[in-house]
Write a protein that binds this ligand. Structure first.
Ligand code: NAD
Ligand code: MG
Length: 387
């Protein structure tokens, strides 16, 4: 049976891995929508290969470029933020949310409101608007299938179990490229060093988040929304090999883990095929070759981001949206060479300390907090740069 797939963020790391799996079994999927931010040649190339009904470029000014690139193909073309939202409402059996950042929130919400099942990679959307997104899914009957490897692992470990019989969720973390680095040396790390993750090949933003451990903090918030066991029941455990992708401990002290090679096509394949399983081209797990698995407690003195995230979710409301927006700005500033590495988390903290956002009741409220927080973070970045 052919299923209709809409893929948001087709040109990114998760997007390309998704298409890699679709390519393997061309008969299983019909592409409904493909989107990208600004890379018209790549989006056009993918559209010619996968023949979606509609291709959307987020940057409005690139509409005619995309239209020219796809002329004669019969593929519909659209551009801009509103077009992304409309595309998300199109009929689909599954929507893959693989845009990076809060930019993915509006289309992901539209997909959930339309009742489409969503394979969710775009963690920033859930961090910013977790309550609204889970409420929208409940109201429409849509299922959120986590793609983030840890959350996909937890989701798999919860299958056949009951959430009210969970004692603990253990979120594993690689510790990133600076796991063993002294705090003083972190002031000098370069963007190139920060994006060179030891185990995973990912987009630049999430790679920097892994280096600051903000990624694990965002994942804590993500887990809190996806698996309502109580924040105090979600723990972080550093596991440098990234073989165990997370664990669930039940009340009887039985602990279930999901293991696999660090290849995103495994959790993506799990979400695409759920509740079935599909073949993937991923390397089998060779535990004899790996030899040993190591574990250590996280160091929140050198990596304060996870504690900031825990406090943000405890504060609730729009705090996580504020934190996420500040982090997006600070990461971009670090990648552009404007601020040093430790200033990423410092900027987030300064934005949070400067103002408590009003409680959000609508998506519009989240967008207002997001915009204000970006402006505040930009202000601190400018100050730092000119200090
Ligand atoms: P990426 O930077 O490689 O790709 C991002 C995609 O989003 C691209 O297709 C880009 O065109 C699109 N995009 C960027 N800005 C946009 C905007 N303003 N409007 C519309 N589209 C925009 O990122 P990635 O590594 O694939 O990550 C995507 C999401 O998945 C992130 O939320 C990330 O945290 C999450 N995730 C990624 C991985 C991974 O292995 N890469 C693992 C777990 C979770
Ligand atoms: Mg992850």
């Amino acid at each position: 049976m052919t299923r209709r797939l809409s893929l948001f963020g087709a040109t990114g790391s998760v997007g390309r891995s998704t298409l890699d799996l679709v390519r393997q079994d061309g008969n299983a999927w019909a592409l409904s929508v493909l989107t990208a931010n600004s890379d018209v040649p790549e989006l056009a190339r993918l559209a010619r290969e996968f023949r979606p009904g509609l291709a959307v470029i987020a940057e409005e000014a690139r509409y005619s470029e995309l239209k020219d690139a796809l002329s004669g193909t019969g593929i519909e073309v659209a551009a801009g933020a509103e077009a992304l939202v409309e595309a998300a409402r199109r009929p689909a059996d599954l929507v893959m949310a693989a845009i990076v950042g809060c930019a993915g929130l509006a289309p992901t919400m539209a997909a959930l409101e339309a009742g489409h099942d969503v394979a969710l990679a775009n963690k920033e959307a859930l961090v910013s608007a977790g309550e609204l997104m889970t409420a929208a899914a409940r109201a429409s009957g849509a299922t959120i299938l986590p793609v983030d490897s840890e959350h996909n692992a937890i989701f798999q470990c919860l299958a056949g179990g009951r959430i009210d019989q969970v004692r603990r969720i253990i979120l594993t973390a690689s510790g990133g490229p600076f796991r063993t680095m002294r705090a003083a040396d972190m002031a000098h790390v370069t963007p190139a060093q920060a994006v060179a993750h030891p185990n995973w090949s990912m987009g630049a933003k999430i790679s920097v988040d892994s280096a600051t451990m903000m990624n694990k903090g965002l994942e804590l918030i993500e887990a809190h929304h996806l698996f309502p066991v109580g924040l105090d029941r979600i723990e972080i455990l550093v596991h440098p090999q990234s073989v165990i992708h997370s664990m669930v401990e039940y009340v009887d002290r039985s602990t279930l883990a999901q293991l696999g090679s660090p290849d995103m096509r495994i959790p993506i394949g799990s979400a695409l095929a759920w509740p079935q399983r599909m073949e993937t081209p991923c390397a089998p797990l060779d535990l004899a070759a790996i030899g040993r698995l190591d574990f250590e407690a996280p160091d929140e003195t050198r990596f304060p981001a996870t504690a900031l995230c825990r406090a943000a979710i405890a504060a609730g409301g729009a705090r996580p949206a504020q934190l996420n927006a500040a982090n997006e700005v600070a990461v971009a500033a670090f990648l552009a060479g404007r601020i040093p590495f430790p200033a990423i988390v410092d900027t987030v903290r300064r934005v949070i300390d400067a103002e408590a956002p009003a409680h959000p009741v609508s998506l519009q409220d989240i967008f207002s907090v997001d915009a204000a927080s970006r402006a505040a973070a930009q202000h601190f970045v400018d100050q730092l740069e000119h200090a």
